[in-house]
Design a protein around this ligand. Structure first.
Ligand code: LP5
Ligand code: MN
Length: 241
């Protein structure tokens, strides 16, 4: 069967053992039935460098490698929490890194793939933070620290970000409709798939003459995974427990 699966926002970490187990099972039981698996960012709760070999990272890499080896094409996009995933990780898993955004032809429909954070343009403080932490010089300094220091820094960013988020109105942490439309027009897309906002839904957008679908992926939970399955016939959501 011809099908592509889309997931995002798994937020895997050593602490979330159930979620890790769920992903490992998804990789062995569900993903092999698809031709393509697209992971659209935030696979990990925080990624501090490809040299981190702490459990459960080796097990996750191996399972991803088995999947890609068995013939399912594996595509990976950075999220805001794991944008430091690099070439070593991709080589070890057989994944191909996708730029954010990327336009793909999905069975005849030009489909724009994004993590989703770029669409949240009303969150001005975040967009500024996003630019700063991705500055090559800041990345270089960060990676020059020891693994223990990087883990501690990532933890402190998460705490600060959590505090900042608690003070933000919910509305600014969602996508900006005009930003969505301008990406769709710029790329000539007829469908958008993204994650990040943790607000799973299928939206219809009236774009000039034609309607366009915006599919928002769900965050994974302890015992519940959700994926979007796209076939030549259409789009459906699947739950995996
Ligand atoms: O991820 P989520 O949904 O909880 O929140 C995001 C935005 N927050 C972030 C930060 C990450 O969650 C934590 C960092 C992960 C580890 C990365 C490790 C590698 C670091 C490499 C450094 C070179 O992305 C949050 C958004 C929210 O999505 C919704 O869109 O609102 O943004 C913030 O809260 C950011 C704040 O508004 C501003 C910054 C807070 C203080 C940061 C201090 C550190 C500055 C260091 C600069 C180099
Ligand atoms: Mn995210």
């Amino acid at each position: 069967m011809t099908q592509s699966l889309f997931i995002s926002d798994l937020h895997l970490s050593a602490e979330e053992t159930d979620r890790v187990r769920l992903f490992l099972r998804f990789l062995t039981d569900r993903a092999p039935l698809a031709d393509h698996l697209y992971i659209l960012g935030d696979l990990f709760d925080a990624w501090v460098g490809d040299d981190n070999m702490q459990p459960p990272i080796p097990e996750i890499k191996l399972a991803m490698h088995h999947l890609s080896d068995a013939g399912t094409r594996l595509w990976l996009m950075h999220g805001n929490r794991d944008f430091l995933i690099g070439d070593d990780f991709c080589r070890e898993t057989g994944a191909t890194l996708l730029q954010d955004p990327t336009l793909v032809d999905l069975y005849g429909t030009p489909t724009l793939l994004m993590h989703g954070d770029l669409l949240c343009s009303d969150d001005v403080a975040y967009q500024q933070f996003r630019r700063e932490i991705r500055e090559p010089e800041n990345v270089k300094v960060f990676l020059s620290h020891s693994l223990a220091q990087r883990l501690a820094l990532a933890q402190s960013y998460r705490e600060k970000s959590g505090e900042a988020k608690s003070l933000k109105p919910e509305s600014i942490m969602d996508v900006n409709q005009e930003t969505v439309k301008s990406y769709l027009i710029e790329y000539g897309a007829e469908r958008l798939i993204h994650g990040h906002t943790h607000r799973p839904a299928d939206h219809r957008i009236e774009l000039r003459t034609k309607p366009v679908q915006r599919h928002v992926l769900a965050e994974w939970r302890q015992h519940q995974a959700e994926s979007l399955c796209v076939t030549p016939e259409g789009v459906s959501r699947e739950r995996f427990r």
